[in-house]
Design a protein around this ligand. Structure first.
Ligand code: DGT
Ligand code: MG
Ligand code: MG
Ligand code: MG
Ligand code: MG
Length: 278
């Protein structure tokens, strides 16, 4: 329809296209989760239910946007990596970021009661989000190394901190003082000698965070990928029955793997040589 005299306001909507050929990383983070986790009685320092719910919300996001190739989650945050050449929403920044954080938040709330059947939501949790562009594979790898190193440092600190408070009877103030200036091996030693906790035996989910990857994109399953993905794409334009399409989509969905492994060492990446290609 021809514009009305009001239509000029549209020209104030400026383009926000992201630089082509760069890797897009989006990171969502729980808003004031210090408070949210208190109010909802999360176990300290890690609540397995909460972490699994975060993984579920991230899987829903990954299901929705097939150009997401890798996700990493810890604590109240999740990072999403898009393939370098994605043309999602013509690479419009706000469209990508707001859709993603909205989907993540909606899914977190939608699935809440499956993970916390005994704990009604006291108020609606929200997440903030940012988007970062990386020009090369090196920065992408270093980004995920940075997040996983952060997981380790925080988790070791928090594990020692809550052991001192809950088992050692220290006040939170005293526990912070006890840990000030200590290095990793001193924290490990404190945990082991005072509380009998062998840090390296704690859940890998807690120590390494969660990684989501598409199983079919791994080299081992390349033959599988070669059949499912094109089949789905071509079916998008054909008369294939809705049920069959749903089945295929379910297969693709279940092909997302949740891992708690080292993402810093080369092995993770060399095992998945196609992950950062285009
Ligand atoms: P923000 O992100 O600036 O709005 O503020 P917060 O409070 O979300 O701060 P942030 O994101 O730096 O730290 C995450 C908080 O969430 C931190 O206080 C610990 C808490 N949290 C995350 N996961 C768990 C968990 O599994 N159990 C418990 N008890 N707390 C958790
Ligand atoms: Mg934040
Ligand atoms: Mg937060
Ligand atoms: Mg956080
Ligand atoms: Mg619209």
């Amino acid at each position: 329809m021809a514009g009305t005299k009001y239509a000029y306001v549209k020209s104030f909507e400026l383009p926000d296209t992201l630089l082509p050929g760069t890797f897009i990383v989006a990171r969502v983070d729980g808003h004031s989760f210090h408070r949210f986790t208190e109010v909802h009685n999360f176990a300290k320092p890690n609540d397995e239910r909460g972490l699994r719910l975060m993984d579920h919300a991230a899987r829903d996001v990954m299901d929705e946007w097939k150009d997401i190739v890798l996700c990493f989650g810890e604590s109240d945050e999740y990072s999403f990596l898009f393939r370098r050449k994605t043309e999602l929403y013509n690479r419009r920044q706000a469209k990508i970021l707001t859709s993603l954080v909205s989907k993540f938040t909606a899914s977190y709330i939608f699935h809440w009661s499956e993970y916390f059947p005994e704990t009604p939501l006291n108020y609606p949790p929200t997440f903030d989000a940012r988007l970062i562009l990386y020009p090369s594979v090196q920065e992408v790898r270093d980004y995920f190394s940075w997040r996983q190193a952060d997981t380790h440092i925080n988790n070791l600190y928090n594990t020692a901190f809550w052991a001192l408070v809950e088992q050692g009877g220290q006040t939170t103030k005293k526990a912070h003082e006890s840990l000030r200036g200590t290095n990793s091996s001193q924290k490990n030693e404190t945990l082991f000698s005072r509380f009998g906790i062998n840090y390296s035996k704690l859940s890998e989910r807690f120590r390494k965070g969660s990684i989501l990857v598409r199983a079919i994109s791994s080299e081992k399953d390349a033959s599988n990928s070669a059949t499912i993905v094109p089949a789905l794409e071509s079916e998008g334009n054909s008369e294939t029955s809705p049920q069959r399409k749903m089945d295929k989509l379910a297969a693709l969905k279940s092909a997302i793997e949740t891992l708690h492994v080292d993402i810093i060492r080369d092995e993770f990446w060399t095992d998945r040589p196609t992950l950062l290609v285009d």
